[in-house]
Ligand binder design. Structure first.
Ligand SMILES: [Cu+2]
Length: 594
């Protein structure tokens, strides 16, 4: 894995970044993902430009450096200082637990009471992080768990399930936490009727990191094992793409409310409960690997594409923001495991997901994907923005103490005393793309179709929409691509109910003029949303519109469209009642130069 080592080497030197005479150039090096871009920097290697592989040693080194040099603390301190003088800080704040109200569960489900066991005199303290002398918990792939680890895992859930429902450690209360932060149980403090929502924005990954961190420590405490670690559902590896068998055995890891049709099938990252998949298991595995490869490749230079858009105090993320592609992908296993019809319980609906132990293992892998993403960026802070770093939440810790935590403190898992066992990343390999490409069928000139622009008015997505979309700039140079990411934006996405939504986005090069072949082109990503509460009353739908952003800089090259002024974008609906406001392409400054 020499190639992956050297990829990281270009990002791994804070000394180089900070003291180089050409900091801009040095910082830009890692953005070379175009096939011809290697060799552009002095650290360049024989690595395939597509190869975004990881390497255990360099990863560990990076983590250690982060700790030793306090890179994060330094960056953060400086940013916070600058910001305080110029603007009002508006991070998302923790909820007022005394104001918890009835939540709403989305289409077909009843209102739910999911408030925590809180009394007005309950004390809330800043979380005291485990000291560095406590054991490091090593999260392992769930499908490879040995008998000893499995026995502990089962015993922990057996005990958690046996607790009184009012006990903060109980599975009931653990599940309610997710409902509280997703389905309207809290307003943001100081903003009446603005829902506190931890999905669809840049706090999705940090909030869930803390959530499963405390869950893991509670499970460990229940069996008296301070090395206990949450196994991860390794759905980014072909062997892990079915539900791990340990969750199917009779016992505490099982859950009655799952889709019986999918118990032994391969998950599809574009899964829809209403559409029969035309793919074999082997094809699905390849498709998934390719989608993960692409997600990392396109989003490495621009964290909002991976994590989601900013959300600040007073803004409602429940239906107005762009979720990151990793969140969209993570919704697929959710929908795949949960019941396929309303109310889509357990994993299939946000309010009820936490009742299934598989949920926490699933999120262990979501968290791992973020961990890998950060490593591939040399642990550069994802958003050097005090509003992100100071966003804060409240959880019960493993001592049944209510604790307050903030995003800045969870970026390095070592501070939370856990890490991931190093396993292969089959998707991080350049050959993924080549295999896909070899399978593509030649286009037939006979069946060219004419395509027009999307038009000024919203359109219902009740059948495939194909639209010609202007690119801001054609024939972009290597340098221009390093400066700006080409981003496809689908906006004004209206979802008139609280149900599930899934549509796929494809991009194709036109054949000159307004004509395009019958095939949809390359997949650019998807919009996949679980049922959840985002519309409280009729009429609100007007105000709440999602958008979707997909990086396409690399994709444009793959479909040989760099020289095209326009591309053809296809939106293919799978489930949900959706209106689309518009489609356009933006150039957005990469994060490397910031
Ligand atoms: Cu969630």
């Amino acid at each position: 894995m020499a190639s992956s080592l050297s990829f990281l080497a270009t990002t791994a030197s804070p000394f180089h970044h900070h003291h180089s005479r050409h900091p801009r150039k040095a910082a830009r090096a890692p953005t070379h993902f175009s096939p011809s871009a290697s060799g552009a920097s002095t650290n360049a290697t024989n690595a395939s430009a597509y190869d975004i592989g990881g390497d255990k040693e360099s990863i560990l080194r990076l983590d250690r450096r982060n700790v030793l040099l306090g890179t994060l603390g330094g960056l953060y301190g400086a940013a916070a200082l600058g910001r305080e003088n110029t603007a009002v800080a508006t991070p998302i704040g923790p909820p007022d637990l005394s104001k918890c109200k009835t939540a709403h569960a989305g289409t077909g489900a009843e209102d739910v009471k999911c408030c925590p066991p809180y009394k007005d005199n309950s004390e809330i303290v800043d979380y005291k992080f485990p000291t560095s002398s406590t054991p490091l918990r090593i999260r392992k792939p769930a499908h490879l768990l040995d008998a000893d680890d499995l026995a502990k895992y089962e015993e922990a859930y057996r005990r958690m399930r046996a607790l009184d429902k009012e006990d903060p450690w109980s599975l009931e209360q653990q599940a309610r936490v997710h409902c509280q932060y997703c389905d309207g149980a809290y307003d943001q403090v100081g903003f009446n009727d603005v829902q506190l929502q931890v999905h669809f924005s840049w706090i999705f990954l940090p909030w869930h990191r803390y959530y499963i961190h405390f869950h893991e420590r509670i499970l460990g405490k229940l069996i008296g094992d301070d090395t206990f670690a949450l196994p991860f559902w390794n759905w980014d590896s072909p062997d892990g793409m079915t539900i791990p068998p340990i969750f199917l055995k009779e016992g505490p890891l099982n859950d009655a409310l799952r889709n019986p049709a999918n118990l032994s099938r391969v998950v599809d990252y574009q899964y829809s409960p209403t559409t029969e998949s035309p793919y074999t298991d082997e094809e699905l595995k390849m498709k998934n690997l390719y989608q993960m490869n692409k997600t990392f490749r396109e989003s490495l230079p621009l964290p909002e594409l991976f994590l989601g858009d900013p959300v600040r105090a007073g803004e409602e993320a429940s239906a107005s923001k762009t979720m990151g592609q990793i969140e969209s992908i993570h919704n697929a296993p959710h929908q795949f495991v949960g019941l396929p019809d309303a109310p889509f319980r357990d994993m299939g609906n946000l309010y009820s997901s936490g009742y299934d132990p598989l949920f926490y293992s699933h999120h262990s892998n979501v968290d791992r994907m973020w961990h890998i993403y950060r490593q591939k960026r040399g642990n550069k802070v994802d958003f050097n923005d005090p509003d992100w770093l100071n966003s804060s939440f409240i959880f019960f810790d493993e001592n049944k103490q209510l604790v307050k935590v903030k995003v800045a403190d969870c970026l390095n898992p070592l501070k939370l005393r856990y890490t991931y066992e190093d396993v292969e990343l089959p998707w991080a390999n350049s050959s993924i793309k080549k295999k896909q490409k070899a399978k593509a069928k030649p286009r037939s000139r006979v069946s060219l179709v004419e395509v027009s622009e999307f038009g000024p008015d919203p359109r219902p997505l009740d059948s495939t929409i194909r639209a010609l979309v202007q690119r801001p700039k054609k024939s972009r140079t290597k340098g221009e691509k390093e400066d700006d990411v080409e981003v496809l934006v689908i906006d004004g996405i209206e979802i008139p109910d609280n149900g599930p939504v899934n549509f796929q986005v494809y991009v194709a090069a036109p054949y000159g003029g307004n004509f395009v072949g019958p095939d949809l082109g390359e997949s650019a990503g998807n919009f996949l949303k679980l049922p959840h509460f985002h519309i409280s009353k009729k009429g609100d739908a007007e105000k709440k519109k999602f958008s979707l952003k997909l990086g396409i800089s690399n994709l444009i090259e793959e479909i040989d469209a760099e020289g095209s002024e326009k591309v053809v974008v296809s939106l293919v609906p799978k489930v949900g009642d959706v209106n689309i406001g518009g489609i356009h392409i933006d150039l957005i400054k990469t994060d490397w130069t910031a």
